[in-house]
Design a protein around this ligand. Structure first.
Ligand code: GTP
Ligand code: MG
Length: 384
């Protein structure tokens, strides 16, 4: 329907009809009653003028929340420690990729499978001293991450902010700091490229400069009694890299990150990347958030599902199970899933199909409905 009554719109916007009528009158509408019918264009105008937003919690089942009904409530009995999930942010050229390359290489070399790493957007390392795992996501700027964030999914635990010892805080460092503050993630700072300054005294001075710049940005670093660790590193020479890895473990120990991972727990996760691979078919990189993923389990995602045929890690190696914070490429999807979508396990293929059909039916109805979301989407499309 491209028309909506004033009372229905007020209902939708969760505001009083009288308030809406008053606003409409100010916009030039005359003699408006409760059942006055507004066209889509006018609704658009009203929304724009008054910045109305849909209330977040709506009891109704929609295509967006229909799968939530499949999620079991948390069972604290099965909560176990899991590896932290970490992303790296920072100004351009400050050394993000070099850190990732270093960590990847050292973990690949120390593992039995020396060789080519497949790009699946994430990888797990085992720290050199404490022998604990850390999951690194190497594409945090990616559209999928924005989508997950929009849907309230905060999939990372810790953000590493890299700041070059040569340049200190730069524009994109500030942007990253803003993001970190908004996200509520825990923070570790890595001052990179320390090998470029040889004299200990000069190096110390430069580290202090960066630290002070961070303090000016209200980062509560340890130096001033805060809890943000600042680790000077060189990803080129490897200096302090073990300290850096252990500092992440230390923080995650304090955070006590946990997830349910009994085999009975229904799996939940997020798609980080997806693609069609020659001879393999539809594949999706999945970050497991809850439960333990195994071959044969049924996963629902978007309007499609999969009976897990095969799982491989970032080294292309077969994986028999994937626990929380593990990232695996999942094969066996009927159709291509979309990055940023949630993955939920169902007890059977028929349950998955039933939910997909209900979702498709809901989508068909929602497509034409006058909703704030639809109008916003339309506005976005027109703006592009
Ligand atoms: P973007 O992806 O473009 O934002 O950059 P980045 O943050 O990934 O930086 P990258 O790792 O590509 O490093 C940029 C340059 O700095 C490269 O030439 C690296 O070789 C160099 N570099 C990175 N880390 C170090 C380091 O620890 N020491 C030295 N000497 N050079 C480094
Ligand atoms: Mg890079």
């Amino acid at each position: 329907p491209n028309y909506i009554s004033v009372s229905k719109l007020a209902n939708l916007l969760n505001c009083r009809i009288e308030t809406l009528i008053k606003d409409l009158t100010k916009l030039g509408f005359a003699n408006i009653s409760h059942n006055y019918i507004l066209s889509r264009e006018y609704v658009e105008l009203i929304l724009q003028e008054y910045n109305y937003v849909l209330p977040a919690s709506q009891a109704a089942i929609t295509s967006k929340n229909i799968y939530d009904g499949l999620k079991a409530p948390a069972n604290p009995k099965f909560l176990q420690r899991r590896p932290p999930v970490v992303t790296i942010m920072g100004h351009v050229d400050h050394g993000k990729t070099t850190i990732i390359d270093y960590l990847r290489k050292s973990s690949v070399v120390s593992g039995e499978h020396g060789g080519i790493t497949q790009h699946i957007g994430a990888f797990q390392i085992v720290t050199p001293v404490s022998k604990k795992s850390i999951t690194f996501l190497d594409t945090p700027g990616h559209a999928a991450f924005l989508k997950m964030r929009e849907r309230g999914a905060n999939i990372t635990d810790i953000i590493v902010l890299v700041v070059s010892i040569e340049d200190s805080v730069m524009p994109q460092t500030l942007e990253a700091i803003k993001h970190i503050k908004n996200s509520g993630n825990e923070l570790i700072v890595a001052i990179t490229k320390i090998d470029t300054i040889k004299r200990p005294k000069d190096r110390e001075k430069a580290i202090e400069r960066v630290t002070n710049d961070l303090i000016s940005q209200d980062i509560p670093v340890e130096k001033i009694g805060g809890d943000v660790q600042v680790i000077p590193i060189s990803a080129k020479t490897g200096e302090n890299m073990d300290l850096f890895e252990e500092s992440i473990i230390l923080l995650s120990d304090i955070m006590d990150v946990r997830a349910e991972n009994s085999l009975k727990t229904l799996v939940e996760g997020w798609v980080l990347e997806s693609q069609v691979r020659k001879t393999v078919g539809n594949v999706a990189t999945v970050l497991v958030k809850r439960g333990t993923l195994q071959k044969g389990k049924i996963l629902l995602c978007g309007n499609t599902y999969c009976r897990v045929k095969l799982m491989v890690d970032d080294l292309g190696k077969d994986v028999i199970k994937a626990e929380p914070a593990q990232v695996v490429e999942v094969r066996g999807w009927k159709d291509l899933v979309r990055a940023g979508d949630e993955v939920i396990q169902t007890v059977s293929e028929s349950v998955a199909k039933k939910y997909i059909n209900r979702r498709i039916a809901l989508q068909a109805v929602e497509k034409d409905a006058v909703t704030v979301e639809n109008l916003n989407e339309q506005r976005r499309e027109e703006a592009e």
